[in-house]
Design a protein around this ligand. Structure first.
Ligand SMILES: Nc1nc2c(ncn2[C@@H]2O[C@H](COP(=O)(O)OP(=O)(O)O)[C@@H](O)[C@H]2O)c(=O)[nH]1
Ligand SMILES: [Mg+2]
Length: 286
């Protein structure tokens, strides 16, 4: 009998959830940034290996909500934990030991699904952090950067998966449409190229996506919250928005495996992070 199920990658912001998803799937699907709270929506990555199919779900970091966007991000993370067959609870090894997941996620009762505690960024932890006694069977140490521990992690998760037929074709890596990834990669470029708090004010909407032509034509709107931010995103003589477009295009082309023409426009959507109607329109809220 095969095994198949949803494995949620959960934990505080910046613990390495998105990086681990990409390392496990072997494809850059989820955006990664040294800045916390870059993931706003769950990203799904598939891995089929032998008799097991893992449906990995990267989730937004479990944080203290400061405004409406944070509240919908937190709700999405808690929902992903509720819906999972297995919970991979990530915490940096350098900050051993991990507080209980119930506390971090503020769950009212212990989660239904089995929890595997995954200590991340093992390459950064001083060797003295390594435990003096063998860890419990549901604890794994990994480094997404070096790949250390990933095989043990997969084996630990595999035995926790329910017996089930595969939900997806074994060749598939993703379940979300290409236009979702296109918008995410523009956001990832914004996290790389824009300074300080500005990336947090950026949202991206795909206006047009013509996949049947070559190069694939994509037109996207880069929303910010204020006119002054729009000026910064465009930059002198359009320099910044051009650089954003180039960086995002390279990421989209890598996933799509073909050429892309990407057109970006900057627009102001006042205080979108604090407005339910804007959050809905941007796909962040239900
Ligand atoms: N050295 C090291 N850095 C890592 C590792 N995993 C993630 N990072 C870095 O930690 C930061 C946050 O990673 P990210 O995956 O975006 O965290 P998330 O917020 O939990 O999704 C990024 O700068 C990553 O490059 C790792 O295994 N080793
Ligand atoms: Mg992330």
């Amino acid at each position: 009998m095969t095994r198949c199920g949803v494995v949620v990658l959960a934990g505080r912001p910046n613990v390495g959830k998105s990086t681990l998803l990409n390392a496990l799937v072997g494809e850059h699907l989820a955006i990664v940034s040294p800045k916390p709270q870059s993931t706003r929506l769950p990203v799904v990555g598939l891995l089929t290996s032998g008799d097991a199919q893992f449906i990995f779900t990267d989730s937004p970091g479990l944080l203290e909500p400061e405004y409406q966007l944070h509240e919908v991000m937190r709700a999405a993370a808690v929902r992903a934990i509720d819906d999972a067959e297995v919970i991979a609870y990530l915490h940096p090894l350098a900050e051993f030991p991990a507080p209980p997941l119930e506390q971090v996620a503020k769950l009212k009762r212990p989660p239904r699904a089995p929890v595997v505690t995954v200590y991340t960024k093992a390459d950064l932890a001083p060797t003295s952090t390594v435990l003096h006694q063998p860890p419990p069977s549901s604890t794994v140490f990994v480094s997404a950067l070096t790949g250390a521990g990933l095989d043990i992690l997969l084996e630990t998760l595999r035995v926790a998966l329910p017996e089930s037929p595969f939900h997806y074709n074994p060749d598939e890596l993703a379940t979300q449409p290409m236009r979702f990834f296109a918008a995410e990669f523009v956001r990832e470029a914004a996290f790389e190229l824009l300074h300080e708090e500005l990336p947090y004010s950026v949202a991206v909407e795909i206006d047009e996506f013509r996949e049947e032509q070559s190069p694939v034509y994509i037109r996207a709107v880069v929303y910010v919250e204020r006119a002054s931010q729009k000026g910064i995103v465009i930059g002198e003589g359009g320099r910044t928005i051009k650089a954003l477009g180039q960086a995002a295009r390279a990421k989209i082309e890598a996933l799509l495996g073909g050429r892309v023409f990407l057109e970006l426009h900057a627009k102001v959507l006042p205080k979108w992070r604090r407005q339910q109607s804007s959050l809905k329109r941007l796909g962040y809220a239900r």
